[in-house]
Design a protein around this ligand. Sequence first.
Ligand SMILES: [Ca+2]
Ligand SMILES: [Ca+2]
Length: 1001
Amino acid sequence: MQHKYHCVLTALPTLLPAIASAQQAQRPNIMLIVVDDMGYSDLGCFGGEIESPNLDALAASGMRFTQFYNSGRSCPSRAQLMTGRYAQTVGITGMGQSLTRDCVTIPEVLRDAGYHTGMSGKWHLSLTKGIGNNEDQMKWLSHQSYFNNRPFAPIETYPCNRGFDQHWGTIWGVTDHFDPFSLVHNEDPIFTDSISNDFYYADFVADKAIDMMNEMTANGDPFFMYVAFQEPHWPLHAKPQDIAKYKGKFDDGWDAMRERRYNRLLELGLISPDEMPIATNASGRKWENETNKAFQSANMEVHAAMIDCVDQNIGRIINELKRRGIFDSTLIIFTSDNGASSENYGIGSFDRHDRTRNGQMVVHNSPTPGDQLTYNYLHTGWAGAVNTPYRYWKTTQFHGGTAAPTIVHWPAGMAKEKKGTIMNQPCTFLDVMPTCLELAGASYPSFYGGNSIKPLCNEARSFVSLLQNKDSWDDERTLYWEHENGKAIRKGNWRLTALANGGWQLFDLAHDLSETNNLAAEYPEKVREMKTLWNTWAKSVGLNVPGDITETKTELIFHYPFDGNLNDESPSNYVLTPSGNGVAYGTGKLGKALHLNGNAQYVDLNTNGIFNTQTTQSTFCAWIYDENTSAPNASNQTENGVYIRDEIIFAQKDNEGTGRIYLYARAEAPTGGGTPSFFYNSFLGGSQHRATIGSLKPGTWQHVAIVCNPVDQSITYYIDGERDCTLSIGAFEACTGGFRIGGHKTGKSYFKGYIDDAWFFKGVLSAEQIRQIRDNTFDPTPYYGGNSSDTDWPLKDHAYTIRNFSGTPAYMVDNVESDNRIACEGSVGDAAYWTFVPTTNAQCYYVRNVLTGRYIQGYTKTSGTVVNMGSDGVEYYVSSQTNEGGRYGFVCTSITPHDFSSGTIGLNLRGESNQANCYVQTYAAAAGTNHRSFWTLDEAPDDIITKITRHIVSPDEDSFIINSKSSNRKWYDLLGRPINGRRSMNHRQVIIDNGKLRIMN
Ligand SMILES: [Ca+2]
Ligand SMILES: [Ca+2]
């Protein structure tokens, strides 16, 4: 049976009296026209040079949507377009997969609502499975064998079985435009014996759309038509007469195009310079350096010809609508499934044919692209230009991948004042389904074709109100993207975006729609908020979201003033060892400075294991005076046509020969002459990451900071206290070695000049803190680490917080008021302080004085270590256990009285005094037998909480018992409600406040 569900429709007419009423006459035809891999500004009406008079005319009497989002690639875009659901929830988790049956397509719903439904063109929502043998695969792709009429994909997933009365087009996602593979009429392959010489896919798609209108308009019912052109998707194939129009048109290259289009977009009012800084071409390729300009221009000419041909064919379709008198009453939505493509794959594999039907072999990346014997791509240079004003391209979730130039045309239904206007409200492919539902007066089914249907995506909404001038749009909705590890989330004017395997980057779209200025370092809370939203969404659509790297609490590692010595002014007291060539001191920025002569002079910090670069955020800053003021020359190293000179300022030592170069000064001068560049650089994440050219100014003091953030996979430079740039980089390398100032490995890249006032922290310092260091007004004491031995931490009359810094099972104990305190007051004397010890770096516990904001940082100790904790000489016994369902905990108590059994697992905070002992303890249920009751609270009021016990049943399920002196044992859930059993833990912080359990989000 060709139309699996058509029987449902034929039974329906008698069931549809309401739809057949007066309203039906007003229901518009809906024509959805989609092009494939078109650049954002390719069309004339979007700032391009390509002739598109028919689409320009639609724009002139319709509306242009400037922020209409697709999903960055064919399959996910088409899935969202057809279903109004995120692709990940309808089976399209990658490429070449089938739509599931727990969703409905627009034609399925509209057909049931009395619409005719037709499609011509590319589908790409069916499982595309290869034969498994490359030679057979090539024969199959090139029509040399049909392999016993092997289906191109599961037949039941073809468009004709997903709601379309008729489909003329291709099942796969990429084909020869002159002889498409997987071309079908409904279920049947066509042109199996031969194909005409003048066949071109875009012409065929328009022909069939025009033909289908005969049947679809016959009885006066409205139609839904999906016209899906495969152009201008690679291979770059076009008709010679169309290519001829563009001969030589792009010889000035992609840099000129980018500027020209940007200016044209401004002129057209599609962008404003306040909102859209000029973004550089993401390819990084300069046209002037391109060695084969003729080849590159020729590719662009074919790309333009393909779009030109699509426009001509849209003109033919429009003429047909006019001829039938239904042009004004038909809602036309024109859009693109993703941005232009930077791809350049080999051919002769899977979906890239290497021969024609008659066996002629195809030339990959031909110097003269366009005809059927060639297989060419646009490449990164042009892709970066045709997507002007945006950055990046197809497959990424940046605007260059996901912003679809969209035109909506509907004279009969749009408000008159909307004609020719530009709409800047963000819309998405998810909105097309609800828009069609509204126009068709149809409702979204909960049951269809024998299957329960998942609800429409929460974020999807009809944009009919935008066409009709109704003031009912909320632009604060949150939209999400994911494709092959590329990620994005937009909330209001904030967009958080990550390239595949790159870190999150934050953009303020109100001033930066082109996504050029990563603000992640300036708005860490916004990053955190949006990242959490994205993670929650990603899990909700079934994505595997690896746990984020835990954010690192700020802790001072070292501070070297270099005032004539190598003393560490921090409590860490890390010893510096000078190189064999010694070191000198000179006049510094603050007192004296380290003076290195560039001849194998450096200093080493040989302590290993301070942290692991891969997982620890860190900040290094220092005053730098580079004495190498001249440009490098022939006596220096040569690299890619430039002389280079590197001078390492700060590096981590892994072992000799490798190392993580945090910060170095680099100078480059073109070997052929030209302007030299001086800038700071870093080699974390496996490659160079440059600060702005010119950021290094030799021969003068500069305050330089670098913030290394493996959580967001970014580094941020601050020069003289101002943020220079934030760069998204690859995953950080694992490294736990010591450090070197002034060099990294033997025999090269030594620093020549002065280094003064070097600070190094775990954690991310804010711009303000970096400026305080620059201005010598920074108070480091709150950031002293576990080695602290000289700081006074008075406990009396202060409140304390204990929590698990990692954010996983976390606890806070507040000493809030004198009669509601949990612990500590007067326990070990006013001058005492406590230290709590984490068992791993990733599970860092600390004690914070709530009133002063100061932290007492724990540090790693092996089980059973005795640490002298207090200035009064009280000793505490510290032990740790690690076997609690993969979680870590620690126990800290005083030696006398020593109440703990070594079997206790978890966190135990205990206050000690002659009068009041109280504590919070967590322990594993399984280990509960080892638990002892051992505290007293003789003088505490009755309502004080004396004990909280957390029962861990599984990593995600547990509850608390709260004991009070008067009421014995009570169970509470994490919202503080009394309960009778266990409840989910959800990894939130818990605090005890005024005898109540409070939950911190
Ligand atoms: Ca595409
Ligand atoms: Ca100094």
